[in-house]
Design a protein around this ligand. Structure first.
Ligand SMILES: [Zn+2]
Ligand SMILES: [Zn+2]
Length: 248
C-alpha cells in the first residue's frame, strides 16, 4: 500500500512538533525537488523531458535563483528554452496564418485564443516542482489518515502537537470527510478542534507579547517564546514559511 511507503517521513514530521507538520513536509519536499533539478544527478531523460515541457512557476524560479547554483539552473534553462523555441517556431506561424485568413475575410475574426496564446498560457500555469509536490503531498495526506486510524501512538502525537496552519487544517478536514466514516470524522474533529484552537491562541499570545516588548515598560522582561512570533504567526495563518528573518 502506498500509504505505508511514507510512514517514516510523516512520523518524523510530527515528531518535530512544528507549527504545522504538513508545512514542514512541504518545505522539505520543495527543497529536495529543487536541489535535485539543479543537482549533478539531474541527467535522467524523463525528468529532463518533463521540466522542458512544464517549466517552473514564478515562485520556484525565484527560489532556484536564490539557491545560488547558477550553473545547475543554466543547464535546466538551456534545454527548456530549446523546447520552448521549437514549439514557438511551430505555433507562431499558425497565429500568423490565422491572422491572414481573418484579414482576407475568409473566416470571421477569431475571438478564441490562438494556438500560441493557449500554449503560452499553459507554460505560464505549469510548474514541474508544484506538480511533483502536489502528488507527494497527496500521498502524505493518505499516510496521515492511515496512521491516524492504525497507530494510537501517532494519533497521540498529533493530539499533543501544535495543530496545523489554517490551509492544512482545512485540507485535513476536507480529506477526513472523504476518508473517514461519519462517526470517525466526528470523532476526528472532536479531538482535533481543541488542539487547533488552543495552539492558534498560543501563537496569538506570542504575537501580543512580541508587541508588548516594544513598550519600554516591558523592555527588561524576557522574550519568552516571542522572538520568532511574527514568522510563526504568518505560517500558522497562511502556511507560508518566510524564513528565519532577523530575530528580535
Ligand atoms: Zn501547513
Ligand atoms: Zn511551482
Amino acid at each position: 500500500m502506498k500509504e505505508e511507503l511514507y510512514t517514516i517521513p510523516v512520523n518524523e514530521a510530527f515528531d518535530k512538533q512544528d507549527e504545522c507538520a504538513f508545512c514542514a513536509l512541504h518545505q522539505k519536499l520543495e527543497k529536495d525537488i529543487l536541489d535535485y533539478v539543479m543537482g549533478p544527478s539531474y541527467m535522467e531523460e524523463d525528468v529532463r523531458g518533463e521540466t522542458d515541457r512544464l517549466g517552473f512557476c514564478e515562485e520556484h524560479y525565484r527560489q532556484m535563483f536564490q539557491a545560488g547554483n547558477r550553473l545547475g539552473l543554466a543547464l535546466m534553462l538551456s534545454t527548456h528554452m530549446k523546447k520552448l523555441r521549437a514549439d514557438m517556431q511551430k505555433l507562431l506561424p499558425e497565429e500568423l496564418d490565422a491572422a491572414d485568413s481573418g484579414r482576407r475575410g475568409l473566416f470571421k475574426k477569431q475571438e478564441a485564443a490562438g494556438p500560441f496564446v493557449q500554449y503560452a498560457q499553459e507554460v505560464e500555469d505549469s510548474c514541474y516542482a508544484c506538480r511533483r509536490m502536489a502528488g507527494r503531498m497527496n500521498s502524505y495526506v493518505d499516510t496521515f489518515f492511515y496512521l491516524w486510524k492504525k497507530e494510537p501512538e501517532f494519533r497521540q502525537k498529533v493530539l499533543s502537537g501544535k495543530g496545523f496552519c489554517l490551509k492544512h487544517f482545512k485540507r485535513v478536514m476536507e480529506e477526513g470527510k472523504k476518508r473517514l466514516s461519519s462517526a470517525e470524522y466526528r470523532d476526528f474533529l472532536k479531538q482535533l478542534i481543541p488542539v487547533q484552537t488552543e495552539n492558534f491562541q498560543r501563537v496569538e499570545e506570542d504575537v501580543d507579547w512580541f508587541i508588548q516588548k516594544f513598550d519600554y515598560r516591558f523592555q527588561k522582561e524576557p522574550w519568552k517564546n516571542s522572538k520568532d512570533a511574527v514568522e510563526r504567526a504568518i505560517l500558522k495563518i497562511a502556511g507560508v514559511n518566510v524564513g528565519e528573518g532577523e530575530k528580535k
